[in-house]
Design a protein around this ligand. Structure first.
Ligand SMILES: NC(=O)c1ccc[n+]([C@@H]2O[C@H](COP(=O)([O-])OP(=O)(O)OC[C@H]3O[C@@H](n4cnc5c(N)ncnc54)[C@H](O)[C@@H]3O)[C@@H](O)[C@H]2O)c1
Ligand SMILES: O=c1ccn([C@@H]2O[C@H](COP(=O)(O)OP(=O)(O)O[C@H]3O[C@H](CO)[C@@H](O)[C@H](O)[C@H]3O)[C@@H](O)[C@H]2O)c(=O)[nH]1
Length: 436
């Protein structure tokens, strides 16, 4: 079986590597020459724990190849996975430009029957549209289109691919569905067969539901702060009910990343397009927008104004173990702090290179936590990297002008912080005000 994967971002590269690892011959195609050159040398274009050793192992076993020559790869392919980006456009709709270009690229090359599997997240109806495009562009070749949405998380993408909860295969044609199921069977993950539209919807509904859990617990956290309850205890107690489940109940400064923000907006738009006002989801999005500003609110309340204050930002990526800056809370926080005329010094163990391209140019970068904290009036923790969670709290006391911490990810236990002369404001928990 000759498998081709189009697009080598988080999803395409991880899919290609994983399919090669379970024994398939996989060629990954990307239009980005520099990326392909690096991948040929075994260098991953994305920061993803565990990916490079797997890339190298499968390249050495002659199962994994990288090319910019899509046409040759598509001609030889039995199954082609599309994993190009579907970013949100300004209206909130999914932008299908890359996807449609990939479809045209495939159509202009294929000469024999092939199955095209869409891994990219696409609005309901898109796979049928792809089918129509193929029928029009290459009527003489039989092309089955299968929807196979992806559920991996950045930072644990390899683990998620080998230990996912389900593989969703949406198809109109039973034979095509069976071929795709056979490809994935070695993963040993339950396979759920559906029609195409339901598969497309499962992806959006899953992300919207997870985002809803996060905004829900963040609202509970905001109430906890006012009634003197502790959101960590509340979430733990709620999560013990198996109907609720304990995951995705971590309160903080909201969700970011390449998926939740764009997919929630896209689903709200999909609904609006068919005259359905998805009120619940719109509120989830609104709560998240407010939550990303929570630390600024707390800091303004504490200081009165932030002009002239030196604020250390700890963590810039949208979550730990990735350098992805897409929709990271740091973008909002840095912009607002600068608008308040604060001085912003930032540190992130991995994401500073990417951050420098997207954060305002006034942001100053430090090469260590200690350097970022030096003489700072306050620290804001935006990403719960292990480096921050495991930090000796005396570092805040020793390095900062005033050890005032605004923790947007609840990195520390309150009883640990209470042992230090620190002022500590976290999310949904009591503040600690131990500065003498
Ligand atoms: N990032 C995630 O964690 C994640 C998880 C699940 C689903 N998804 C979905 O998967 C899709 C891909 O996301 P991503 O984050 O991996 O994207 P990405 O933007 O990181 O990577 C896309 C890649 O496709 C390449 N590309 C674009 N057009 C091409 C073409 N015509 N031929 C060959 N290559 C082309 C780009 O050069 C780029 O390397 C999106 O629809 C996304 O919503 C993403
Ligand atoms: O309890 C939680 C869990 C997550 N988050 C935040 O939510 C965002 C997303 O986190 P996560 O879901 O772990 O990362 P992603 O890589 O964005 O993965 C999501 O988006 C992918 C793209 O669609 C899907 O494939 C995954 O299943 C889905 O979890 C991050 O900003 C987290 O900080 C919280 O605030 N509280």
């Amino acid at each position: 079986m000759n498998i081709v994967v189009v697009g080598t971002g988080y999803v395409g590269l991880v899919t290609g590597v994983a399919l090669a690892h379970i024994g398939h011959r996989v060629t990954c195609v990307d239009v980005d020459k520099e990326k392909v050159e690096r991948m040929r040398q075994g260098i991953s274009p994305i920061y993803e724990p565990g990916i490079e050793p797997l890339m190298k192992e499968n390249m050495e076993a002659n199962r994994l190849f990288f090319t910019t020559d899509g046409a040759s790869a598509y001609q030889e392919a039995d199954v082609i996975y599309i994993a190009v980006g579907t970013p949100g456009n300004e209206d909130g709709f999914a932008d299908l430009t890359y996807l449609k270009q990939a479809v045209r690229d495939i159509a202009s090359a294929v000469t024999k029957d092939v199955i095209v599997v869409t891994k990219s997240t696409v609005p309901v109806g898109t796979n049928h549209e792809i089918q129509r495009m193929f029928k029009q562009l290459v009527p003489h070749v039989h092309i089955d289109v299968v929807s196979n949405p992806e559920f991996l998380r950045e930072g644990s993408a390899i683990h998620d691919t080998f230990h996912g909860d389900r593989i969703v295969i949406g198809a109109d044609d039973e034979r095509a569905a069976a071929v795709v199921a056979d490809i994935h069977r070695p993963f040993g993950i339950p396979i759920f067969h559906t029609d195409i539209r339901s598969a497309e919807m499962i992806k959006y509904a899953s992300n919207a539901f997870l985002a809803t859990k996060i905004s829900f617990i963040n609202e509970i956290a905001n109430i906890c702060e006012k009634v003197g309850a502790d959101v960590e205890q509340v979430a733990a107690g709620m999560g013990m009910d198996q109907r609720i489940g304990s995951s995705f109940l971590r309160a903080g400064i909201g969700y970011g990343g390449s998926c939740f923000p764009k997919d929630t907006k896209a689903l709200a738009k999909i609904a609006a397009n068919i005259d359905h006002d998805f009120e619940l989801l719109k509120a989830v999005i609104e709560v998240n927008n407010k939550q990303q500003r929570k630390l600024i609110e707390k800091a303004k309340k504490r200081f009165g104004h932030l002009a002239g204050k030196k604020i250390a930002l700890l963590g810039l990526s949208f979550k730990p173990n990735t350098d992805d800056m897409r929709e990271a809370a740091s973008l909002v926080v840095a912009r607002e702090l600068l608008a308040e005329q604060a001085t912003v010094v930032a540190y992130d163990p991995i994401a500073m290179g990417k951050a420098a391209h997207v954060l305002p140019k006034e942001v100053i970068y430090a090469s260590s936590v200690e350097e970022a904290l030096q003489d700072a009036d306050a620290a804001m923790i935006l990403t719960e990297w292990d480096e921050f969670r495991q930090l000796d709290l005396s570092v805040y006391v020793n390095e900062m002008k005033t050890p005032i911490i605004f923790d947007g990810r609840n990195c520390y236990a309150l009883h640990d912080v209470a042992r230090y002369p620190i002022e500590y404001y976290s999310i949904g928990r009591k503040p600690i005000t131990n500065i003498k």
